[in-house]
Design a protein around this ligand. Structure first.
Ligand code: NAD
Ligand code: TYD
Length: 348
């Protein structure tokens, strides 16, 4: 069996490729990625020469390139992660999100349906986010029955892609499965998302920007646990179903940033608490969703999955990883990223 992993050179994709090569000794993994500002082959360095791994550079919205991958690699499973993934960038450049997340997903669906006509034993797994459900207040959690209510261009584009996946199942009978997961963190996360932003800035002695008053809440999941859930849903999830995945680990941004900074201090042998002085409250993100939290009862009951790495342990591992991969942090931050960062934070 050959599995196409789109977005393979990104944060979750690269962790997933590594996880799958170990977990599935009889399957080939074909990584597919455009290598945008967020995708880097260095994320896959240790598996580039693996005998069951092939990497192909290509755009999910490029029909010819996608069709060629299906034809040349005899793909029978897709795990679709390629996306523009950063909410702040979606506010500045929403069309890039429509192109990759909506058009790209639809091209992939069409080419999978074409390649798999009349075939059994195939599966299209669409990897999505809890952000499609919108924002929660202080109470309640999202689950598989929550109505869609996306608020950012990013979440709107992911919601649209979820709907197209559903449509390809209902209309064309494509065997699909969808997962919606909460905020991930861990090794290889690009330094534009909150946790690696905090680590890189603290190491450089720069101010750590916290949007608004830091009261927004996210539910954090260690990336290794997400990869385990993805593989399990791909293997055992029921066709046409959605599974919600989460960390059962809510924290306000201010509490989380404090924990990360303390972990950085601890790992550097500095007095714990020193780096908290770097925290600066800045102009809030427009349309900032107040709270995300996931009810994981379905995946727990039906597939026996639950998170195994708690927040304190996961943050300690993550901070250690960043501290021992400082060249990686430098290498992945190209001009395009620095320009965006200067402009975005410059206005806050
Ligand atoms: P990421 O930005 O680190 O990686 C995305 C990858 O997609 C990059 O390697 C990039 O080069 C690639 N890509 C972008 N446009 C492409 C295109 N047109 N064609 C081919 N490749 C392209 O993102 P991530 O955090 O690893 O997220 C992966 C997936 O998981 C996304 O679909 C995201 O919506 C979803 N997700 C992420 C989180 C999270 O907290 N990070 C949570 C839930 C779901
Ligand atoms: P982020 O990592 O961008 O993930 P998402 O917006 O998809 O949840 O942001 C996580 C939370 O941290 C979110 O509430 C916004 C906030 N945040 C900051 O306060 N400062 C920052 O510099 C960033 C990037 C995010």
């Amino acid at each position: 069996m050959a599995i196409l992993v789109t977005g393979a050179a990104g944060f979750i994709g690269s962790n997933l490729v590594r996880h799958l090569l170990e977990r599935w000794p009889d399957r080939r993994i074909v990584g597919y990625d455009l290598l945008t500002y967020a995708g880097h082959l260095s994320n896959l360095a240790d598996v580039m020469d693996h005998p069951r791994h092939t990497f192909v550079r290509g755009d999910v919205a490029d029909r010819e390139s996608v069709a060629k991958v299906f034809a040349e690699h005899d793909i029978d499973g897709v795990m679709h992660l390629a996306a523009e993934s950063h909410v702040d960038r979606s506010i500045v450049d929403p069309m890039a999100f429509v192109r990759t997340n909506v058009v790209g997903t639809t091209v992939l669906l069409q080419e999978a349906a074409r390649a798999w006509e009349g075939r059994e034993g195939v599966r299209f797994h669409h990897v999505s986010t809890d952000e499609v459900f919108g924002a929660l207040g202080a109470e309640g959690r999202f689950d598989e029955h929550t109505a869609y209510g996306p608020n950012s261009p990013y979440s709107a584009s992911k919601a649209a892609s979820d709907h197209f996946v559903r449509a390809w199942h209902e209309t064309y009978g494509l065997p699909v499965v969808v997962t919606n997961c909460t905020n991930n963190y861990g090794p290889y996360q690009f330094p534009e998302k909150l946790i690696p932003v905090v680590v890189t800035r603290a190491l450089a002695g720069e101010r750590v920007p916290v949007y608004g008053r830091g009261e927004n809440v996210r539910d954090w999941l260690y990336v290794g646990d997400h990869c385990d859930a993805l593989a399990l849903v791909f293997e055992e999830g029921a066709t046409g179903e959605t599974y919600c995945i989460g960390g059962d680990a809510e924290a306000t941004n201010l509490d989380l940033v404090g924990m990360v900074l303390d972990a950085v201090d601890g790992a550097r042998g500095a007095a714990v608490g020193t780096s908290r002085e770097l925290i600066e409250f800045v102009t809030d993100r427009p349309g900032h969703d107040f709270r995300y939290a996931m009810d994981i009862a379905k995946i727990r009951a039906e597939l026996g999955w639950e998170p195994s790495v708690g927040l304190a342990e996961g943050l300690a591992r993550t901070v250690d990883w960043y501290l021992s991969h400082r060249e990686w942090m430098e290498e992945v931050q190209g001009d395009q990223h620095r320009e965006f960062t200067d402009s975005w934070y410059g206005k806050r």
